[in-house]
Ligand binder design. Sequence first.
Ligand SMILES: [Fe+2]
Length: 278
Amino acid sequence: MHLTVTPSDMSCGAMVRGADLSQPLTSAQAAEIRDIWLKHQVVCFPDQALSDDDLERFTLAFGPFGDDPFIAPIPGRKHIIAVKRAAGETSPIFAESWHSDWSFQATPPAGTCLYGITIPPEGGDTLFVNQIKALEQMPDDLRRRIEGRKAIHSAKNAYSPKGMYGAGDTGRSMDIRASDEAEASHAHPFIRVHPETGKESLFGCAGYIVGVEGMAQQEAWDLVTEVYRWQTRPEFQYRHTWQKGMLLMWDNRSTLHMATGGYAGHDRLLHRTTIGSA
Ligand SMILES: [Fe+2]
């Protein structure tokens, strides 16, 4: 396996050719891919032909499976969810807001793998923002306001029965199971040191962040909003355009991402796993 890495011309992201991920990776190959992933944060492997077994095996080469709440796995699998949308669906696009996957958990997943099975001819790009760069370039006065502070993360605005994907969310083909468990919260520092690279990064954003420890709600929201405006700026973004057979893996510890629409009238299906923190 000789890998060719082509970095994007945006703030992060790289295309990797030369891998056949339908075959098991040796530990040396997995280590090489891990290094590429940590360096580029979002890595795309085009032209793959992967079964669900292959997707699971690839995921496990990089850590244990993550714990995926609120979305039922596909039949016969415990750790794969279907990110899907039917051609005629009119509900809001799933995950069309910036987030780091499951950042409300005590130990959020290190990474996510997403494999394109049915890809519309247009639209459906996934956007990422590089949170290492966003922090590096953050104005000092804003950085000072979050330094040493912890943000309170919760899934309640999305997955509680009153949330975006709760009882009022109908006509969606994804199998989302809203629950009162979404009311739980966990605090994480705004600025974290990446456990593998040692680089500082912003972690998470408004959406799953619902408050700031030790700060009154209005003041907290003003701060979280100001950080959000900075950390999602266009110069920190990478826009990923999908093709069928692409496997994407990203680092949730150093990026945010969001889905986009623009493919009304077309089916879309991707299979997703999360890589837990080792
Ligand atoms: Fe996501």
